[in-house]
Design a protein. Structure first.
Ligand SMILES: [Zn+2]
Length: 101
């Protein structure tokens, strides 16, 4: 059998100009969610973008409006995302045995 495989052309314009600016946004970082054990995307929230208060699972205290923090978004269940203080996230590996009662 003869294979007529010459009809394929690959356009040189594989990237669209103007979209997907390099350096235009923070690159996604993938981490292991300490709560679910799933792979999650770590996003930084700038202070100006922190327009709601959230409960931090690291210290069980509130992240106030206007405080920059990080969000952990599980890839399998984005609705289960958690907001962490920067400090709590960086110390997530050390779990304190005692918790306030
Ligand atoms: Zn915290």
């Amino acid at each position: 059998m003869a294979r007529g495989d010459r009809g394929r052309r690959r356009g040189p314009r594989s990237r669209a100009p103007g979209s997907g600016l390099p350096g235009g946004g923070a690159p996604a970082r993938f981490v292991t969610d300490p709560l679910s054990g799933d792979t999650a995307e770590l996003r930084s929230i700038q202070p100006v973008a922190a327009t709601k208060a959230y409960r931090c699972p690291g210290c069980n205290q509130e992240i106030a409006v206007g405080v920059g923090h990080v969000v952990v978004v599980p890839l399998g269940d984005p609705t289960a995302r958690r907001h962490w203080h920067h400090a709590c996230w960086s110390q997530r590996g050390r779990r304190r045995p005692g918790r306030p009662s």
